[in-house]
Design a protein around this ligand. Structure first.
Ligand code: HEC
Length: 190
């Protein structure tokens, strides 16, 4: 027959006390407020409005998502941003008019050093050119391939000097309607 020793009894009593104390402890913790401060302001942002309206939201996938995650912070959702970042809209399509310009777009530091794989980067660049600068893109434009991006992204260029060189070449080869179309400095013309 089992006899409960005083030690065992006190251990059981201790466990019981803990169990009973647990709800009391959590009840004493600060309650989570149902409505956080500034909730009204947060509800005013478009995302929340859409969520509240239960309107169906299309998921962004592929290159559009890669652009949003990796480039949009600087270059803007519409390919135009503040003066510190060159506009992509209505501009980048000029570069692939010559082979040197085509290479330059991949060798730009934020492109070459991107965390994206060369396959995704190729897809992103092809999407970006169509999305933001289709009118400037030469009709003969062949989409970038992963192998090409792989080869080009190894180079380290001085982006400002290389850009100037490309613009001079574009003008020499009659590919720019007017020299000022692509400002010599990427930080002008905004
Ligand atoms: C941290 C800010 C930043 C991010 C993020 C960024 N860029 Fe840029 N981008 C710049 C700046 C600044 C330049 C000008 C050249 C330089 O200083 O590197 C530039 C130049 C460029 C150019 C050349 C434009 C021209 O007119 O010469 C292209 C194309 C470009 N970026 C594409 C991208 C793509 C694609 C991504 C995302 C994978 C990206 N950038 C992410 C800041 C950024």
């Amino acid at each position: 027959m089992l006899h409960s020793s005083p030690a065992m009894l006190s251990a059981t009593a201790f466990s019981l006390a803990c169990l009973l104390a647990a709800p009391a402890l959590s009840a004493r913790a600060e309650p989570v407020p149902a409505v956080i401060e500034n909730a009204a302001a947060a509800r005013d942002v478009p995302d929340s409005l859409l969520q509240n309206s239960s309107a169906p939201l299309a998921r962004i996938l592929g290159p559009a998502q890669d652009y949003a995650n990796n480039c949009q912070g600087c270059h803007g959702a519409k390919g135009v941003s503040v003066a510190e970042f060159p506009a992509l809209a209505n501009r980048i399509g000029y570069f692939p008019r010559i082979p040197e310009g085509r290479d330059y777009l991949i060798q730009v530091p934020n492109v070459a050093l991107s965390q994206l794989s060369s396959a995704r980067l190729a897809e992103l660049m092809n999407w970006m050119l169509q999305m933001y600068s289709a009118a400037q893109l030469p009709r003969s434009f062949e989409p970038y391939t992963a192998a090409e991006v792989d080869r080009l992204r190894i180079s380290r260029i001085d982006p400002v000097a290389e850009r100037e060189r490309i613009i001079v070449l574009l003008i020499e080869r009659d590919h720019l309607d007017a020299p000022e179309t692509l400002a010599l400095s990427p930080f002008r013309n905004y």
